[in-house]
Write a protein that binds this ligand. Structure first.
Ligand code: AHR
Length: 509
């Protein structure tokens, strides 16, 4: 048996935004993690911790979602603009944190971070305690080029040019902490928020400059997620449709039922359980895509040329990642260490998202710094990169490439495979060996001879090993430039519990 890689079996272009990130005012993700403030002795640029900034500049996350999450449901954007000493102090009690919030990191600080790292902003508006007017004014503050008081206020706060924020999330998990709404009460609220979004273009017939994202279901609740999506689209399409571009599903890989399983102490069963858990996302995507199509198919053809029939809504996975039991009890809140177990689920989740590049436009890892499936952990003045950071770096080459239809699991070895072809013809092959104990050999069969020019491997000496301030490089990727002959068949040796990315060049190059 071999893994067959045929570059004519294409799926779709991988939207770089599938490699997005999510940051929130929660635990030490922003305060103390990303944001140390302009008076800090920790090295920083304009208050952004230098270690985090440097790592994110190298990673170039294509999208950065903010300010939440649950936090967005009570956030009032005006609290976070203007001179910092005049900003109010409020409280944030999400996840039992009872933290004070001085609003030092607000809209302008967030958008400066996006500009510095080359990320497209995704702002989630407050639908629970906020109003359509407040959201509309936030959009005006960010995007109106000039002529209004809010555009002038943005200029006075240091940014003359509009930020052109395109992605706007309407609500967050409204079925839960975001308002305990029903699908129909959410649709009614969504209609008001989405319909009041300013266009800032000349004509109503132009494509809106904004990309409104509706809140999809709790991806972890099989029955509820079907009902939520079906009822949402029934209610949405029953009457004239408000603007909608994306539909945001959240999927966490819960590992909370085993008291003795922690992020850095687990047995074989815990290793296998967590890896198997992340794979459920694949079925959820297929199911949700089917429900969206069913919903759109039910829309009657427009009778008037002023009605526009929705032809497509993108699926978005606005939050995903591993959620271990410890996260609920630790302080700072939701902080987790990261081992190869997490790195493997991160790789497999990215494989799933990329394999469904024809359905999904944006996805965000939850979260980037110090919370849940972190890429970066901070400790005092130190910044440590986790193995998840390495996975995202290894996968960077897939951004903008074309996903290929490859059998996802090699029956002979149990190894997971994904491949894409870049515009220059380089074939990128991911091979993830999920076995905690056994190395594996995989045979790759290409339609035409290729030369494997580069290999990146992430593996650990022991499954529970992780990076710390004292040992920041305990689990880091190894990059090798190779000089092998071109061939159609290649046998690749994979260490136990490892992620490998190969760059295969067509024989002629
Ligand atoms: O990522 C942590 C939390 O998980 C977010 O605030 C919320 O949207 C989700 O329930």
């Amino acid at each position: 048996m071999a893994v067959l890689i045929d570059t004519t079996r294409t799926i779709a272009r991988i939207n770089p935004a599938l490699h997005g990130q999510f940051i929130e005012f929660l635990g030490e993700c922003i305060d103390g993690g990303i944001w140390v403030g302009p008076d800090s002795e920790i090295p920083h640029t304009d208050g952004i911790r230098q270690g985090v900034l440097d790592a994110l500049k190298e990673l170039e996350p294509p999208v950065l979602r903010w300010p939440g999450g649950c936090y967005a449901d009570t956030y009032h954007w005006r609290d976070g603009i203007g001179p910092r000493e005049q900003r109010p102090t409020t409280f944030n009690e999400n996840f039992g944190t009872y933290e004070l919030d001085d609003h030092a990191f607000g809209t302008d600080e967030y958008l400066a971070l996006c500009e510095a790292i080359g990320a497209q902003p995704w702002i989630n508006v407050n639908m629970m305690t906020g109003t359509p007017a407040e959201a509309r004014e936030w959009m005006e503050y960010c995007n109106r080029s000039g002529g209004t008081d809010l555009a002038a206020l943005r200029a006075a706060n240091g940014h003359e040019a509009p930020y052109d924020v395109r992605l706007w999330g309407i609500g967050n998990e409204p079925w839960g902490g975001g308002g305990t709404m029903t699908p129909s009460s959410y649709v009614d609220a969504y209609r008001a928020f989405a319909s009041s979004m300013p266009r800032f273009t000349g004509s109503v017939f132009e494509t809106p400059a904004t990309y409104p994202i509706a809140s999809g279901p709790d991806g972890n609740k099989p029955q509820e997620r079907v009902t939520w999506t079906r009822d949402f689209f029934r209610a949405l399409t029953a009457y004239r449709q408000p603007p909608i571009a994306g539909y945001d599903l959240h999927f966490y890989n819960w590992n909370i039922d085993h008291e003795d399983d922690t992020p850095t102490a687990f047995d074989q069963a815990g290793w296998d359980r967590v890896i198997a858990g992340c794979l459920e996302l694949e079925d959820v995507i297929v199911e949700q895509w089917g429900l969206i199509e069913e919903g759109l198919d039910a829309v009657p053809m427009p009778e008037s040329s002023l009605d526009t029939r929705l032809e497509r809504i993108d699926l978005v996975v606005g939050e995903w990642g591993n959620w271990h039991r410890d996260a609920f009890f630790v302080r700072p809140a939701l902080r987790q260490q990261v081992t190869m177990r997490d790195a493997i689920t991160t790789a497999l989740t990215l494989d799933i998202l990329q394999r469904h590049a024809d359905k999904i436009s944006i996805a965000c890892n939850a979260q980037t710094v110090n919370v849940l499936n972190s890429l970066i952990l901070t400790d005092g003045d130190a910044t440590v990169l986790t193995p998840n950071y390495d996975v995202f770096m290894m996968y960077k080459a897939h951004r903008g490439a074309t996903a290929l239809a490859v059998e996802p699991i090699d029956a002979a070895s149990g190894v997971h495979a994904f491949a894409s072809v870049a515009d220059d013809g380089t074939v990128l092959v991911n091979l993830t060996n999920p076995s905690m104990t056994d190395a594996a050999d995989v045979t790759l069969e290409f339609a035409a001879p290729v030369r494997i020019a580069r290999r990146e491997t992430l593996a650990a000496q022991t499954p529970t090993l992780h990076n710390t301030v004292g040992a920041p490089d305990a689990v880091r990727r190894v990059v090798e430039a190779l000089d092998a002959d071109a061939a159609t068949t290649h046998v690749v040796h994979l260490p136990a519990g490892s992620v490998t990315v190969l760059h295969a060049m067509p024989a002629r190059s």
